[in-house]
Design a binder for this molecule. Structure first.
Ligand SMILES: [Zn+2]
Length: 366
């Protein structure tokens, strides 16, 4: 049991508990734009309970209450209580200061300078560690060896925004100021659409879900066609992929442009970090093959034009994250375990066969 000493044991934790009753649970919380997922794991990293709820956190000052309630519900489902919990790991989409437990900027959640870690610790009475969600996810994928036992691994998340996380030489790379991976704001077209960050033509302003949808809606509105014409519900980016699959040339062009931009991002990451694999995930990637095809075509063009690109962009470099991989919440469990100094254990080894595809073929394809 000495290997399982918690970060900062509170006095309440072991009150009235003999060693045999010490369940040593680790909780992971993945706060997404639409849903919050919670995993309760045992000391070996095996799943004990899984709880998913819509992300309806309300105002920032109510967020910690809502998250703490979800954690307690998940613990009840696991037949445990807060006293069994060694540490809670939380993945948040936004800029996170893990040392202070503060979310400095989470645009899509409307959070700014929110001390979520200390707030959750106050409500749960247990240590809480925070990390950016993409970083937590890539650490989880690495530690779980989802793509093999690798010295390095990158994750490029294409969703409401675009960002990357990387494990380099076995360690999570945060950068000098905790901003490593903000590749979504790298400019690839100075005349492109204005990005929320102020610049024009950022990768995110061209290839993130809202950018893909906005360009399609503009085109469809101008032409009086497309899913927007007459539908009452505003569609998501998936509507653009569906329209392209149905032969809409405008949608096809937009997806092709996004794919070429993402390929550019992959190339930049590969050149900068020489990673074993770059995994592509995020909500937009759930479109699967229609999403991947233009990326792959552009990478093939790079390879055909340049021996250097052909060497850097190895056939198995890019992998599509399987939608069922639960990378976010397993990442949250992983940062919690790392905070305790625990190894990977049996950490959520996927129930499915290993996600690494045969040479040159992305996983998750039909
Ligand atoms: Zn930007």
């Amino acid at each position: 049991m000495t290997a399982f000493e918690p970060l900062a044991e509170t006095s309440s934790a072991r009150n009235g508990r003999g060693p045999g009753q010490d369940r040593s649970l680790v909780v992971g919380v993945d706060i997404g734009g639409t849903k919050t997922a919670i995993l309760v794991c045992d000391r070996d990293g095996r799943q004990v309970a899984r709880h998913i709820a819509p992300t309806a956190l309300g105002a920032p000052d109510r967020a910690a209450d809502a998250i703490a309630s979800l954690v307690l519900a998940a613990l009840a489902q696991a037949g445990g209580s807060r006293g069994d919990v060694r540490v809670v790991g939380v993945g948040v989409p936004g800029r996170v200061d893990p040392a202070r437990g503060e979310v400095s900027l989470a645009v899509n959640l409307g959070w700014q300078a929110l001390p979520l870690g200390p707030q959750l610790t106050a409500r749960l009475g247990r240590p809480v560690v925070l990390e950016n969600d993409v970083r937590a996810a890539v650490l989880g994928l690495h530690r779980r060896r989802v793509f093999g036992d690798l010295p390095s691994l990158g994750l490029l998340a294409i969703g409401t925004g675009i960002s990357a996380g990387g494990v380099v030489a076995g360690e999570l790379h945060r950068g000098a100021h905790g901003r490593a991976g903000e590749i979504g704001h790298a400019v690839l077209d100075r005349t492109g659409p204005r990005c929320a960050c102020g610049l024009r033509g950022c990768l995110e302003a061209i290839a993130a879900g809202p950018a893909i949808l906005a360009r399609a809606l503009d085109a469809w509105t101008a032409a009086g066609t497309g899913p927007a014409a007459g539908g009452s519900e505003p569609p998501g980016a998936e509507a653009v992929f569906e329209a392209a699959a149905a032969g809409d040339p405008v949608a096809g062009d937009i997806i092709d442009t996004a794919g070429r931009a993402i390929a550019w991002g992959v190339h930049v990451l590969a050149l900068a970090y020489d990673l074993e694999h770059i995994v592509i995930g995020g909500g937009v990637s759930h479109a699967g093959e229609p999403f991947m095809a233009p990326i792959r075509r552009e990478l093939d063009r790079y390879r055909a034009e340049s021996p250097l690109a052909a060497e850097i962009l190895r056939p198995d470099l890019v992998q599509l994250l399987p939608p069922g991989a639960d990378a976010g919440v397993w990442g949250a469990v992983t940062i919690a375990r790392e905070a305790l100094g625990l190894g990977s254990g049996s950490l959520g080894r996927p129930a499915e066969p290993p996600a690494v595809a045969p040479q040159g073929r992305e996983v998750g394809q039909a």
